[in-house]
Design a protein around this ligand. Structure first.
Ligand code: MG
Length: 412
């Protein structure tokens, strides 16, 4: 547990996502209340509705026939999961241009962890994301953005001023902005838990704020209560088992880098960037995928698994093997884009037994640490393995993390 400190987390929750995507794509219904249903039947229930419909008294779960009675002007659309996934992926790409996406919580919720200087620029990053989404996804697909010392509070912050919210909760402002909430408004507090808290004399967020961490633990009967209490107080809880960042980068190629002989230089740099980020967070990787896209939009993706490692040399070696295989199988004349992604991310404590089994890997690992500490001191990648070129899109500007693409079942 870390003490309450700076803004570590940025959480985005899109407002009435499906309904707003429909409004974005169909200008004729923008001025009307919109409801989205899973099936095209008058008896089926609304899975979401826009805020205009909400103001007209339309609630989620209402039948289409009831909704039409309550609000004759309502436009009902049948959900289009493939379209929503497509927009979701574009959103991830856009957000990743500003800060890496740490976790995709659902089709319309995602979390970014802020590290280093990102914490100082948190507010600015949030505004950049808001503007970027408006420009590149559309003004109707509005996000509510929360910034806070941890994911728990950032999610709460994103909820506070929906729709189109933008709320920064600083540790020193707490608990003020939280006091208007019900206990069940807090993530992870179910109505059952709310009853249990109430029976223990904790009837409000203020009561919960004022009890001790130990007391919270006792009410829950396990460490989860203490965690919840700590997060409410702005502590950052490390949950290494479930909070994994994605370590991957992609780049659209231009000019000479479209030549497969040069595209690999770009991929090299992306691999080194991903490896560096992996090490900064003290993780190892045990699998990698490389994806190549050619000028005809054909895509080749290959994956390889290996003993957990974290050094540039090993990861570059795996990348080159995959890349050569890709070229052989795809035989592209030109490449339009490349991406590399590290998988099977683990903490050193979770490392497999065969980690650093080979002396060579151990040596590269040590050398990498020396290089990192030197480069950190110099604030520049002065020491690196092999050539390092200026690549299209610059080094830091266009990071793209690839989340798990949700299945249709995830939506309903
Ligand atoms: Mg939402």
């Amino acid at each position: 547990m870390q003490p309450p400190c700076s803004i570590n987390s940025l959480y985005i929750d899109f407002d009435a996502f499906f309904a707003n995507v429909e409004k974005q794509l169909e200008p004729d219904i923008r001025s009307r209340p919109v409801g989205v249903t899973a099936l095209g039947s008058e008896h089926s229930a609304l899975i979401t509705r826009c805020y205009m419909a909400k103001r007209a008294g339309i609630i989620r779960g209402m039948r289409v026939s009831e909704a039409r009675k309550a609000c004759p002007d309502i436009a009902i659309r049948v959900a289009r999961p493939d379209v929503y996934v497509d927009i979701h992926n574009k959103i991830i790409t856009e957000v990743s241009r500003h800060v890496p996406v740490k976790k995709v919580w659902s089709i319309d919720e995602l979390e970014c962890e802020l590290i280093g200087r990102e914490r100082v620029r948190a507010y600015e990053i949030g505004l950049d994301i808001q503007q970027g989404l408006r420009r590149n996804i559309g003004a109707y697909v509005t996000p509510s953005i929360g910034l806070a010392p941890n994911q728990f509070l950032a999610k709460v912050a994103a909820e506070l001023e929906k729709p189109n919210g933008f709320v920064m909760l600083r540790a020193e402002d707490l608990p003020g902005p939280l006091l208007g909430l019900k206990l069940s408004d807090l993530p992870g507090i179910s109505t059952g838990m709310e009853k249990r808290l109430s029976a223990a004399g904790v009837a409000s967020v203020e009561d919960f704020w004022n009890i001790s961490a130990k007391h919270a633990r006792a009410i829950w009967g396990n460490v989860e209560g203490e965690r919840m209490w700590a997060q409410l107080h702005g502590h950052k809880i490390e949950r290494p088992q479930t909070t994994r960042r994605m370590f991957g980068h992609s780049r659209v190629l231009s000019g000479e880098f479209k030549n497969p002989k040069r595209a690999v230089d770009c991929l090299r740099l992306l691999t080194v960037k991903a490896a560096n980020r992996l090490r900064r967070e003290n993780y190892t990787a045990a699998a990698m995928s490389v994806s190549l896209r050619d000028q005809n939009k054909q895509r080749w993706t290959g994956e390889t698994q290996f003993s957990p490692c974290r050094d540039d040399h090993s990861l570059l070696k795996h990348m080159h093997v995959l890349y050569d295989r890709g070229l052989f199988e795809m035989r592209p004349r030109q490449l339009a884009g490349v991406y590399v992604m590290l998988h099977k991310i683990a903490l050193p404590t979770e490392r497999g037994r065969d980690l650093f089994e080979e002396q060579e890997t151990r040596n590269w690992d040590k050398l990498t640490d020396v290089m990192d500490s030197f480069n950190r001191k110099e604030k520049k990648a002065l020491i690196h393995l092999g050539p390092r070129y200026k690549i299209p899109g610059g080094y830091a500007g266009a990071k793209i993390a690839f989340g798990r693409v949700p299945d249709a079942e995830d939506f309903f």
